[in-house]
Design a protein around this ligand. Sequence first.
Ligand code: MRU
Length: 369
Amino acid sequence: MKVDGRHFRSIWLEADGWSVGAIDQRKLPHEFVVAALTTCDEAADAIRSMLVRGAPLIGAAAAYGMALAMRDDRSEVGIEHAYDMLFATRPTAINLKWALDEMRAMLRRLPPSARLDAAYARAADIAEQDITINEGIAKNGFALLEAFAARKPPGMPVNVLTHCNAGWLATVDWGTATAPIYLAHDRGVGVHVWVDETRPRNQGAALTAWELGHHGVPHTVIPDNTGGHLMQHGLVDLVIVGTDRVAANGDVCNKIGTYLKALAAKDNGVPFYVALPSPTIDFAVTDGVSKIPIEQRGAEEVTHMTGRTADGRIETVRIVPENSPVANYAFDVTPARLVTGLITERGVLKADPSSLATAFPERIAAAAE
Ligand code: MRU
């Protein structure tokens, strides 16, 4: 999508043909900085430190991390070492495991001499595939938004509430939750987005607002607690969020706070949709609420906030008393019964086991292997 009129992806292969460029998301919205990833260690560190984040982008970054690893060691040991290092970076987004499994299975089948080129080619495929999938999500979600628009008074936009950043920065391009929104906006269907700030890391306020603003999509940033009030007053037509892992039963894991939005949506009769690419489905997990591992992150994300001062300096300040303990669960799980529909590249599905299995039979077969 666009940054100051220029098209960007969140990750790319640099012109040198081997190093990997990525937007440093820790610096946004205050600075636009491009980072160079030159080793598997650096790719792992980029995922761990959230220089890159968002489930599909984590998968693409891990795939490029495996390719970078092959520059140093193309042996079986090298493959396993890179896999383990990248796999240990973040526990919840299943796209990480999906991409690493794809890379490892392909590399194991090849002689060491063929592994470097093949790794770069497959990493590029995974990145391209993400874009193609998100274009599918855009088309399927667009049909939904058009239907909502048809029921609005002339000139009134469709009000979508979203949580965290499931935008193009969280994927290679387009985003998942934002893909239908960008398409609708580009095609002249009026859309306005309520952007949850998404404490503690503020991916909504910092990233979603930044990317929507750069693409010219009308939006309003709201404190996380505001959604329920807006829904009670008819100011939200639908919710669309992304996800880090969808269990085989349709339970949806996403950024902490998503579950509360789903409860508020249910209470107010507001449709609650989840946009996801198929690599985000984990058919090996049959019950999301009890079985999806929930990442717990460092206390400083809760105790501190970073921002730009009036004179332009970036500063981090403490907002919690020195001795108060904090908890920082990064994700929660929304039970399938609260989900109106799953917007996928193969259509808008019911959040239930048979709809997922029927739409993605090849993933069931792969999970059984
Ligand atoms: O901790 P993050 O920023 O990686 O969490 C991101 C989210 O929760 C997104 O909503 C999710 O990955 C979907 S991205 C298309």
